[in-house]
Design a protein around this ligand. Structure first.
Ligand code: PLP
Length: 473
């Protein structure tokens, strides 16, 4: 039976269910991070999942069975045998902040609709601009995911470099192009297409044996673009790539961008947080020369999805992207008004992302980011050593980040059969639920792909994974 509005906002059940939920979650966190008596994922095919929920009934007086079913049927990112995709296990304190945000629901479009999170966002952005070495002119904001942040950065780049008012006049028939490694995340290609640049909107630069952009090809590619009538307005460095975790040579790319007077953007959605480490910071040497950088907090920084920082070296550039007249929101459209983030973001209403990040920093300190990244990157190197000890396995490359790709490579079998075998292994591992790994195809070969996202994963778990794969075949 439907509730009345009065019942919807009744806090009696809310209080009781809330207390029980916190207890349930605290137990869950302890159980999951120990990997105790639970698979990492209880595989159910999509249609069965829909069937399960279709006629599901929820008791409003006691939501615990419902919440428990949600947990049981979800993938457990806190589980030490979760070594697949790049989404982070979240710091529990950020979940409390997320819960709070869920109740107060401040929308962030303008200062009045999110005064606290607006101030926190300014402070959170400073954490990044300082670590990037952007200096006092650095600025930026949070936005909903790396995909949207990369699009926003490229819109800023086009606006800044195009030499005409694209916002008013639109594209003018000139073929604008972004240079990017062939291994970059697909969202760069998608952004160019959304911007109306079509398939010639990206110029893919070949990669070397470590899947890094071949920077020695940049000049030649530039000439080729010119001959084809394409005007390069930006170059994107990957820090790191998604499939293999390879870091492009940002110093070389920065030099090229400066020489050609084009925008230098770094997609650091996954690997940007090495700026918080001592040990791995060298991987992004030259990042301080970028015009813009994207960093996902929901990948390596233990914060809920989606929380993405888009950082600009020059504050003014962050204001140029959108010039929307919105008199119902802002009084003076010409005034930048740092505190009305909606003027700079793609979103109108925006989640209180900064509250979660700010809470994490205040409770645990910035140092915890460096520790998390270092632990996970170190573990990837240990994992590569374990893989090398087994002759049946082949590594795609020495890991540069916490992403490790490897495969079972029996030289007696054709590549096609090897590919089928590795795809079969991944499917079986997924369906068994003991481990969560994914797969990728690199230069025609199917690889098992792992991302070590969980600081509770140990060498023993990784040995068990390799043992299991060898048993499967
Ligand atoms: C390098 C890189 N850029 C961008 C993205 C997209 O980020 P999001 O999933 O936050 O949209 C990803 C996601 O894996 C990524 O690895």
């Amino acid at each position: 039976m439907a509730s009345s509005i009065k019942e919807v906002f009744d806090t009696g059940n809310f209080r009781d269910n809330g207390h029980k939920l916190v207890d349930l979650l605290a137990d869950y966190i302890d159980q999951a991070k120990a990997g105790r008596d639970m698979p990492v994922l209880r595989w159910v095919n999509p249609d069965e999942q829909v069937e399960f929920w279709k006629n599901y009934s929820v008791d409003s007086n006691d939501l615990t069975p419902f919440f428990r079913d949600v947990i049981d049927r979800s993938i457990h990112l806190l589980h030490p045998r979760y070594v697949g995709h790049q989404l982070t296990p979240t710091a529990p304190v950020t979940a409390l902040a997320a819960f709070l945000a869920g109740v107060i629901n401040n929308g962030m479009v303008g200062y009045e609709m999110g005064s606290v999170s607006t101030a926190m966002e300014k402070l959170a952005v400073r954490v990044f601009t300082e670590a990037l070495g952007f200096g006092s002119e650095g600025d930026g904001f949070f936005t909903s995911g790396g995909t949207l942040a990369n699009l926003t950065a490229l819109l800023s780049a086009r606006k800044s470099v195009a030499g005409r008012n694209i916002w008013e006049e639109g594209n003018d028939g000139k073929q604008l192009t972004v240079m990017v490694s062939a291994e970059a995340h697909y969202c760069i290609d998608r952004a160019a297409r959304i911007m109306g640049l079509g398939s010639d909107g990206v110029m893919l630069i070949e990669t070397n044996s470590d899947f890094q952009m071949k920077v020695e090809l940049l000049e030649e590619s530039w000439q080729k673009a010119n001959q084809e009538g394409r005007e390069v307005f930006a170059i994107v460095g990957s820090a790191c790539t998604t499939a293999t975790g390879s870091y492009d040579n940002l110093e070389a790319i920065a030099g090229f961008a400066a020489e050609k007077n084009i925008w230098f953007h770094v997609d650091g959605a996954h690997g940007g947080p090495v700026i918080f480490t001592e040990k791995y910071r060298h991987l992004v040497n030259g990042i301080h020369l970028a015009d813009s950088v994207v960093i996902d907090c929901h990948k390596m920084l233990m914060t809920q999805a989606l929380t993405t920082a888009l950082l600009y070296k020059r504050k003014d550039q962050s204001y140029h992207t959108f010039q929307q007249d919105a008199h119902y929101l802002w009084q003076k459209d010409a005034d930048p008004e740092w505190f009305n983030y909606g003027k700079r973001t793609f979103e109108c209403t925006k989640l209180m992302m900064s509250l979660k990040f700010f809470t994490l920093v205040k409770v645990h300190g910035i140092e915890v980011f460096g520790e998390n990244v270092t632990v996970l990157y170190d573990l990837a190197r240990t994992f590569a050593d374990l893989i090398r000890l087994r002759s049946r396995f082949e590594l795609a490359m020495e890991p540069q980040s916490n992403i490790v790709c490897f495969r079972l490579a029996d030289p007696g079998l054709t590549i096609e059969v090897q590919n089928q075998l590795n795809a079969m292994i991944r499917k079986q591992i997924l369906e068994e639920g003991e481990f969560y790994i994914v797969q990728t195809t690199l230069r025609g070969k199917v690889f098992l792909r792992t991302t070590l996202m969980n600081p509770f994963t140990t060498q023993e778990h990784l040995v068990q994974l390799l043992d299991r794969i060898e048993e499967v075949v």
